[in-house]
Ligand binder design. Structure first.
Ligand SMILES: Cc1cc2nc3c(=O)[nH]c(=O)nc-3n(C[C@H](O)[C@H](O)[C@H](O)COP(=O)(O)OP(=O)(O)OC[C@H]3O[C@@H](n4cnc5c(N)ncnc54)[C@H](O)[C@@H]3O)c2cc1C
Length: 373
């Protein structure tokens, strides 16, 4: 593992830390209470060029690799996990376009990705953990495809303008197509009222006979599940980064409190029971950092990273929930109060035991990779 950072990566990191400190962190509690981003905040993300972080320069982006991007997401999540997850959803979708998209599609859509959010849509009421159960259909009509179906619980659903959707062809093969909110037949459905990551919109898209040109197919017919799994891998690395950021936040709150609060004449941090909790949070945070950074490095090196990505999210999500619980106990009564952000950090972390593959499904994948190696 290397800690070398180029000057440009250092600049990105400083820029994200500044943006998070000045624009996001002060609104963290408000975002949770509102259940949305306050007016104008998302525009600042666009104006600061953050949507183009991973986009190659030929399409107008900054072209940062996944190691730098994951560190940026981590720094952002320390201030606000919702916005970090909004960017994670966008970046993982762009990764699939770059890997599987046809040149004509990339030329048409990628230059818009610095201003428009892209989302990956797999889940339906009939298919979550088990995507083969989806009902969305893609029917070939001459050189075009006609897509009909309903996707639910899509990260950035409603905020995003471009969606990669998993569909079944007439002969039940899985494939991914790009649809655009401006296409006839596209509409938005219900926005979920989720308990955590309350800023990140998660919603439904409805596709009623949307006609797309043949080059809107990603990869080839039959490659849909592979693309979906690859999107999961890319998302899990970044979610590991988000979870380490949440734990950094939990740790800071616990440490700051333990330094200023006394149990009679003894500062809390001198009590062994408090030290144990702080130590547990610090170790879990460090382990999650090592996992997501390793996953990002493997991806950049072109090595298999699926297992480490699953470990980062599986270990990181459970740890961030239990670390939040420990931090809450350090603050005790105040920890249980909405006056402090710990309760919303626990709710935020809890989402990542479900999104991008449940912990149970990921753990099955990790164990099968160990058994079959
Ligand atoms: C915050 C958030 C953001 C999301 N964003 C997106 C998104 O951007 N795009 C998208 O497509 N979806 C998204 N989802 C949906 C998410 O991917 C699904 O919720 C998830 O895959 C689980 O599917 P399900 O909810 O239908 O649960 P189910 O699949 O019904 O699972 C129910 C329970 O059964 C267990 N289970 C089911 N099948 C298996 C199996 N094969 N092995 C082991 N255990 C199993 C699960 O672990 C779980 O405990 C998001 C969800 C959340 C909460």
């Amino acid at each position: 593992m290397t800690n070398d950072k180029t000057a440009e990566q250092n600049m990105l990191h400083r820029m994200i830390v500044d943006f998070t400190t000045n624009e996001l962190a002060p609104l963290d509690m408000k975002i949770d209470q509102l259940g949305d981003y306050p007016d104008g905040l998302f525009q600042k993300v666009i104006d600061n060029g953050l949507l183009g972080m991973t986009l190659p320069r030929q399409y107008g982006g900054a072209g940062f690799d996944y190691v730098a991007t994951a560190q940026a997401i981590n720094a952002m999540a320390f201030g606000n996990a919702s916005m970090a997850v909004t960017l994670e959803g966008h970046f993982k979708t762009l990764e699939q376009l770059l890997k599987y998209g046809q040149p004509e599609l990339l030329e048409k859509y990628l230059p818009t990705a610095t201003k428009r959010i892209f989302a990956f849509s797999q889940t339906e009421s009939s298919g979550g953990s088990n995507p083969k159960g989806i009902s969305t259909r893609a029917v070939k009509q001459g050189d075009n495809w006609v897509i009909t179906g309903d996707k639910i619980m899509i990260t950035n659903g409603g905020l995003a303008q471009v969606y990669c959707v998993l569909a079944k062809t007439e002969d039940d093969q899985m494939a991914v197509f790009l649809v655009d909110q401006d296409m006839p037949g596209f509409s938005f459905g219900k926005r979920e009222d989720f308990i955590g990551l309350r800023g990140t919109p998660v919603g439904e898209i409805v596709m009623d006979h949307i006609k797309v040109p043949g080059y809107h197919l990603l990869g080839s017919i039959g490659q849909g599940l592979e693309i979906g799994n690859n999107a999961h891998d890319d998302a899990r690395v970044l979610m590991g980064a988000v979870l380490a950021g949440i734990m950094q936040h939990e740790l800071k709150i616990a440490v700051d409190y333990a330094k200023q609060r006394k149990a009679l004449d003894t500062p809390l941090y001198e009590l062994q029971t408090i030290q144990e909790k702080i130590t547990d949070i610090a170790i879990a945070k460090q382990n999650t950092e090592l996992l997501y950074q390793h996953g990002a490095e493997l991806k950049v090196a072109g090595e298999p990273y699926s297992k480490v990505a699953a470990m980062a999210k599986s270990y990181g999500s459970r740890s961030a929930v239990s670390s939040g619980d420990k931090a809450l106990q350090v603050l005790a009564g105040y920890g249980y109060s909405r006056e402090y952000p710990i309760e919303h950090l626990i709710r935020d972390a809890r989402a990542m035991e479900i999104a991008e593959g449940t912990v149970e499904k990921m753990n099955t994948e990790i164990s099968l990779k160990e058994v079959n190696k």
